[in-house]
Design a protein. Structure first.
Length: 483
């Protein structure tokens, strides 16, 4: 019997992330109680950096291993870079924040690393079991992180709500995977596509039902309507740094798996899932933007904004062409910078026992904290799609993909929704610069790590708007072989 070949270089980034996750846990055990654990965050940053060093050189090559269950292609590697950037920025904004909120537990950083590991497995899995294991590794870590503020009832409620609804959605996803296996006898993505094409199973009730269940499972993770109900409560209750991590990393991981599964394993069902996703896409954009208008809490507003952005990305998914797929990669990269940046400002404007998350709290900070206000303005305008910022170029590619595939109404509805979003983004900007504060925010402490994260996100948002060609060309090369 021939033993399967084990290529450790193929999974070197995952090994490094796992090793540093366990290292952080072990070091935490030997730390004296009550001592600051900021250096555990620094160790986590080092681990993420080394994982990046082993990820970037693999770009341009396509390799698979472990009996074809794991693939290292441009698509997976691009997403790994997104996840590592998100994890790096999340750890940066966490170092000062968790000390301030007195949730400085060593397992906090380890769970971020393990969640990142799960995301990387989801992007690199060419087998449905690997994708499912990655999703569960990520989800379990996020469930715990959402409830890390143990004394805060909202945080505990957020974790419990996310866990219960997440477990329910996971059941749908797993049942969808089981139906795929029952109909095709395989869990290998390429083998599933070949079997469906050779046996002409386009009207198979089992496969059509699996399509519905997979859509529900992935729809929950990307927070698309009608599977979005958990998002505002969980985003509001979770620690702000984890909210940023969930809004970017979890969404990107879910889209990485969604695109690979539907385009690699189920391309024959494109007419069916295109019609389903068209409706979900319009509902997601519209509900996210309309409900965001009435929000008074900045975290809830950004939660509904996150729902709307999932709808924009689904436009490119429905378009289904090369520009759309590469546009998804570009959009998620740009979204990571502007969203984490916005949540970093939310963190910096708060203090222990006074989070200052009401939108009215932002009145007048344009004069008291001009750099914070300017940064927040950049992020909000980028989310609204105002040039020359990263969000504008991301939306431009998304809408162009829809037009190219002749989904004209979808592009028009996307532009109209984007115009609606300008209202609630500009409302915050107007408050910062044109309203006097009703109460003065004082005693803020800015950690070096959070300020560094803010600078990096500002440069990332501006850079992807002014010089988008490098990231877009990299994204276009990354999808070769996927379509």
């Amino acid at each position: 019997m021939k033993l399967p070949e084990i290529d450790l270089y193929l999974i070197a980034p995952e090994i490094i992330i796992t090793a540093f996750g366990f290292l952080v846990l072990l070091l935490d055990v030997f730390l004296p109680k009550g001592e600051r654990k900021g250096y555990l965050g620094i160790i986590s940053l080092i681990g993420i950096f080394f994982a990046g060093l082993y990820t970037f050189p693999q770009m341009g090559s396509v390799r698979s291993g472990f009996e074809g269950m794991f693939i290292s292609d441009g698509y997976a590697l691009f997403f790994k870079m997104i996840f590592l950037i998100i994890a790096f920025l999340t750890v940066l904004i966490s170092i000062g924040y968790i000390h301030r909120e007195m949730i400085e537990f060593g397992e906090y950083y380890a769970l971020i690393l393990f969640a990142t590991l799960g995301m990387m497995l989801m992007a690199a899995g060419s087998h449905l079991i690997i994708i499912f294991l990655g999703l569960e590794t990520m989800s379990i870590s996020i469930y715990i992180l959402a409830g890390m503020m143990r004394e805060d009832k909202r945080s505990v409620e957020a974790a419990l709500k996310y866990f219960l609804l997440g477990a329910f959605a996971t059941g749908f996803l797993l049942y969808g995977i089981a139906l795929v296996y029952g109909a095709t006898g395989s869990l290998q993505l390429k083998d599933i596509a070949v079997y469906i094409a050779s046996k002409s199973l386009l009207r198979s009730p089992m496969l059509l039902m699996s399509l519905v269940f997979l859509t529900i499972g992935f729809g929950f993770k990307i927070a698309s309507v009608p599977f979005h109900m958990w998002t505002p409560d969980v985003y509001e209750g979770a620690p702000t740094s984890i909210t940023a991590f969930m809004a970017t990393g979890v969404k990107a991981a879910a889209f990485s798996a969604l695109v690979r599964v539907f385009f690699s394993a189920l391309p024959a069902f494109r007419p069916d899932w295109t019609s389903i996703m068209w409706v979900i896409c319009v509902a997601t954009m519209t509900v996210g933007n309309v409900v965001a208008i009435s929000q008074t809490n900045i975290k809830r507003m950004l939660a509904y904004s996150s729902i709307a952005h999932a709808g924009y990305i689904l436009i490119a998914f429905v378009a289904g062409n090369d520009l759309g797929t590469s546009g998804i990669l570009f959009y998620l990269m740009a979204y990571a910078f502007m969203n984490i940046g916005a949540f970093t400002v939310v963190i910096l404007l708060g203090k222990k026992g006074e989070e200052n998350t009401l939108i009215s709290d932002y009145a007048g900070i344009g004069f008291k904290y001009p750099l914070l206000a300017a940064s927040m303005t950049i992020f909000l305008l980028s989310m609204a799609g105002i040039p020359p910022l990263g969000g504008f170029m991301a939306k431009f590619y998304i809408f162009s993909a829809a037009v190219k595939s002749k989904f004209y109404w979808l592009a028009i509805l996307g532009v109209l929704n984007s115009a609606v979003s300008v209202y609630y983004y500009l409302r915050v900007t107007v408050l910062m610069y044109f309203r006097e504060s009703e109460r003065e925010i004082t005693g803020l402490q800015f950690s070096f790590a959070s300020v560094l994260a803010l600078v990096l996100t500002v440069f990332g948002t501006l850079g992807m708007g002014i010089y988008p060609s490098y990231v877009l060309s990299l994204a276009q090369k990354s999808i070769a072989g996927l379509m």
